[in-house]
Write a protein that binds this ligand. Structure first.
Ligand SMILES: Nc1ncnc2c1ncn2[C@@H]1O[C@H](COP(=O)(O)OP(=O)(O)OP(=O)(O)O)[C@@H](O)[C@H]1O
Ligand SMILES: [Mg+2]
Length: 386
């Protein structure tokens, strides 16, 4: 089968490796040359994926069986046409299109499906934001409708923050829409990603929940399994099943939830492997999230997902700009037991750019905090040079 991968970062790279291992052909696409997934794919294209004509051109050129989006910033409206042409968009054109804009997915989840979410409003001006803040109360979180990795996102604590939050959101906004969502701050005890696998003609499967800690809108450590009550897990699975079913198609989704004293809140989802799910590269499961995504796309039945070990991942970040980053300390991290790592091979660095990840695992009886601590220490052994 021929797969056109839209987005060629570290998640795409692992997906390509999984595909290569079972003999599939992948063309990797991104906006810059030598992106991680391109380094392991059969071919590559460098285009602006927000440009519909450019997308049309490469789809016509490569005639893929599958289009697999790795990122949100794509002219996803075109996907409906590709589906009509008989190409399978993963997991579905609707899933990719609805999740590129926070409004579509939030309204689907909260209004159509009745899932519990933070109270929210939308705003297209600073004045509307003011009204929205009054409606949801403070503290509250403002996010551009089109953004990811926490870009343009800020928390409003007092009325004096509103103007700043609006400005910041406008600057961090991607694409042609300048509109924000303002939502009540959820005082959660922890947050989880529930990797959910929908299959053609087979039941939906869930991975063990993944816990994670975020800073500046990006995850720092993730671990599996996360601590969660049976009741909360059941609620999260029920919500994940409803929202993935409404979006349609087969694939792995990363469904994000907040766990608070008053229950589970649906936050958002990615219809594709999730960055926090890189913990599955630590050998926590019989299949990692990339293998699961691939297999379900190809309609290969997945008999079951089993949790084999407890594991953690900790990110390796750059702190400076460079067009030739190099790494030392590999021999130090390699010397650690029950530890592994990835260096993504990104051709350039900038402050906070994720360059690699440290992975640790241990028995399911080991306290998860210990495994996370080991992952953090392992990540700190790698030094980036600029
Ligand atoms: N309403 C909220 N209450 C409390 N914390 C929040 C809220 N919304 C977001 N956050 C915090 O900010 C993080 C990022 O938010 P969100 O996932 O909505 O943004 P994102 O830009 O889509 O991030 P990513 O693309 O990395 O998943 C959350 O994981 C959570 O830690
Ligand atoms: Mg998120």
């Amino acid at each position: 089968m021929k797969i056109l991968l839209l987005g060629s970062g570290e998640l795409g790279k692992e997906f390509v490796i999984a595909a290569q291992r079972i003999g599939q052909t992948v063309i990797a696409v991104d906006s810059y040359k030598n992106a991680p997934a391109m380094q392991v794919a059969h071919g590559f294209e460098v285009i602006n994926m927000l440009d519909g004509a450019e997308l049309d051109r490469i789809v016509a050129k490569h005639q893929p069986d599958f289009i697999v989006p790795e990122i949100e910033a794509i002219r996803t409206e075109r996907f409906y046409d590709y589906e009509k042409q008989g190409i399978t968009v993963v997991p579905s054109a609707k899933a990719a299109n609805f999740t590129m804009n926070r409004k579509a997915i939030r309204d689907l989840a909260a209004k159509d499906l009745g899932l519990k979410t933070a109270n929210y409003r939308y705003a297209t001006t600073a004045e509307e934001l003011q009204k929205g803040v009054e409606a949801v109360g403070m503290p509250c979180v403002v996010k551009p409708l089109m953004s990811s990795s926490g870009k343009g996102q800020s928390t409003i604590k007092t009325a004096a923050d509103i103007k700043k939050a609006w400005q910041y959101a406008v600057e961090g906004s991607r694409g042609d829409v300048v509109e924000v969502i303002v939502e009540a701050f959820v005082k959660f005890n922890s947050e989880i990603t529930l990797l959910t696998v929908t299959q053609n003609n087979n039941p939906t499967l869930f991975c063990a929940p993944i816990g994670h800690r975020q800073e500046r809108g990006d995850y720092q450590e993730s671990w599996q399994p996360a601590r969660i009550s049976e009741k909360d897990l059941y609620e999260a699975q029920d919500m994940a099943e409803k929202v993935t079913e409404a979006l349609g198609g087969a694939g792995l989704f990363g469904v994000e939830f907040f766990l608070a004293d008053d229950g589970v809140y649906f936050s958002e989802l990615s219809p594709r492997p999730h960055d926090t799910g890189m913990v599955t590269l630590a050998g926590t499961q019989n299949f990692n999230e990339f293998e699961l995504h691939l297999r379900t796309i190809l309609s290969l039945p997945i008999a079951g997902i089993t949790l084999e070990k407890a594991g953690a991942s900790a990110v390796i970040l750059a702190s400076e700009n460079s067009t030739n980053p190099t790494f030392t300390g590999l021999e130090k991290i390699a010397a650690l037991a029950k530890t592994d790592f990835r260096i993504f091979g990104k051709p350039s660095s900038r402050p906070y750019r994720r360059m690699g990840v440290a992975l640790t695992n241990d028995t399911l009886e080991t306290p998860i905090e210990e495994i996370v601590e080991r992952a953090k220490k392992a990540a700190a052994l790698i030094e980036v040079h600029y």
